[in-house]
Structures are given as C-alpha cells and as structure tokens.
Design a protein around this ligand. Structure first.
Ligand SMILES: [Zn+2]
Length: 294
C-alpha cells in the first residue's frame, strides 16, 4: 500500500491536471486533423489511380473492339506457321481467315475486262467455272506454284527485294478448288457452316485459285501472314515496288469496304506490268475501282 501510494505520488504529473487535459485535447485534435488530411490525400490518390485504370480499361476495350477480328486471323495464322512449307489446308486457310466485313461494293457493277490477267474473283463473284484450273503452273518453291508469267515476275521481285536487303519468299501460291473445298468442309464440320463462311473462302471464290495470287513474306517467317508485315521494311518495300513487277497489293488497308477483305499487306495479285503501271497511275487503289476506269 505504501509503495503504491508512493508510486502514485512519484508519477503524479508535475503539471496541474487541467493542463494535461488541455494537452490531450490538443493532441487529439491534431491527430484528428492529421487523419482527415491523410484520408483525403489517400482518397484523392486512389480516385486518380482508379480514373487512370478506368481510362486504360476503356482504351483497351475500345482497342479490342476495333481489332475484334484480328485474334481470329492471328489464331489461324499461327496454325499455318506450324505447317508452313507445305500447301496444307491450314496454311491456305490462315491468310484468308476472313474475319473481314462483307464488301458494300456492288461487284455486279464492275466492268469485266477481256484481259484474263484482270479477272475479278471475289467472295461474291466466283470463278467461272468454279473448278477452274490454270495452265502453265510453275514452281517457285516446294508446293508453291503460280502461272508462269506471274511466277517469272514474282521471282524477279524476290531478286530485287534481296538486292535491296530484304530476304523474302513465297508463302502461298496457287490453291486448287479441291484444296479450298476440303478446307471449307473441315472448318464447316468443326465450327458450323456459318462460322466457316467467316473464316474461310468457299471453293471457287479464292483469288489463289487463279494462279495469279501469291502471298509474300520474310524468309525467316517474321510477321508471316500478319498485318505487321506491312509495317516492316520488307513489307514497305513490297508496297512501293510490287507494281514494277506487275503485282498489286490486292487488299489494301483503306479499301476493306470495297474488297470485303481485311488489310493483307502480304497478298499480291499479278495483273501484268503494263496494267500495274496504269493501275498505279489511276490512283484508284483497288482492282474493282480500277476496272471501272477501263
Ligand atoms: Zn493470299
């Protein structure tokens, strides 16, 4: 008892009690103000972080909407990369994994040319007859053929590209009606006819069946059958120089509504050197529109 009493006495504040109470109140208020400030700062930081996140999500979702069809193409293309080197159905399907919108262009209004090099083949304009097979197919690489005139000019294009420092190759050339039919059936069985229609061309409607269309790509497979090919030096060289060898980039970025195909910087169509020169001069930018100037 005595010890406790002494203890109390020893520890009893030397300051008067009312001063201690005032101190406690001041500290309490200070703590309160501090906590309000901290909370406010934290809330502000969090809300700005949240805004940034929301903006990022909104941006991302907008981006994924504009490229909604890209993953499909990408997925199919990567399957083609696996079996590149062979003219397998998968390889043929990939680059024509047409997630692209349908053309709003009326193909029936297109002026048909008597020049066989200017034949127009579209999803809504099949070859006649549908089973058409070109003559004079020559090989550029194992399983990759083109009509001789186109093949010769394609080889010249490859040589010129190599001289300019771009090692390019043919990825896909002539594709038969049967190859396309098998492909379409395969996709149809797997995904249903409606979806197969979207990711692959029906037999008789692929430009590759003419033997005048070639897919070009880097020899090392970089960006093979992907739109990033168009942004690479080799792809840009092709866009700038293909016409000198009689080829046009058949599905340009700004002509999706006309061609009904998404941008395919790798898909070249041979129309002949003279025609290609006139084509460039016309400034039309699509085979459909060019034909209507003739
Ligand atoms: Zn192609």
């Amino acid at each position: 008892m005595k010890r406790r009493a002494r203890y109390r006495k020893d520890t009893s504040p030397s300051l008067p009690l009312h001063l201690t109470q005032r101190g406690v109140i001041v500290i309490g208020i200070a703590l309160l103000v501090l906590s309000i400030l901290v909370t406010a700062a934290f809330t502000a930081a969090r809300s700005s972080a949240q805004t940034a996140l929301e903006q990022a999500i909104a941006k991302n979702s907008a981006a994924s909407q504009t490229t909604a069809t890209a993953p499909l193409t990408g997925a199919a293309s990567s399957s083609s990369t696996t079996d590149s080197g062979t003219e397998s159905p998968a390889a043929s399907a990939s680059e024509h994994a047409e997630g692209g919108p349908d053309s709003t262009f009326d193909a029936s209004q297109v002026h048909a040319s008597a020049d066989p090099l200017l034949v127009l083949v579209r999803k809504d304009l099949p070859l006649e007859p549908k089973e058409f097979k070109p003559q004079n197919l020559v090989s550029l690489a194992p399983g990759k053929t083109l009509v001789k005139e186109a093949a010769d000019h394609f080889q010249e294009l490859l040589n010129a590209a190599a001289q300019a420092g771009h090692s390019l190759r043919i990825e896909s050339g002539y594709r038969s009606y049967n190859a396309q039919a098998n492909l379409f059936t395969r996709y149809s069985n797997k995904y249903g006819a409606a979806y197969a229609e979207k990711i692959s061309a029906r037999p008789g409607t692929s430009e590759h069946q003419t033997g005048l269309a070639a897919d070009i790509g880097y020899s090392n497979g970089q960006c093979s059958l992907h739109r990033c090919f168009g942004e690479m030096p080799g792809g840009q060289w092709v866009a700038d120089h293909a016409a000198e060898f009689g080829f046009i980039v058949r599905y340009p970025q700004d002509k999706v509504a006309v061609t009904g195909y998404n941008f395919e910087p790798w898909h070249l169509r041979y129309i002949g050197v003279e025609n290609a020169r006139t084509y460039v001069e016309s400034g039309k930018g699509s085979l459909e529109e060019f034909l209507n100037t003739l």
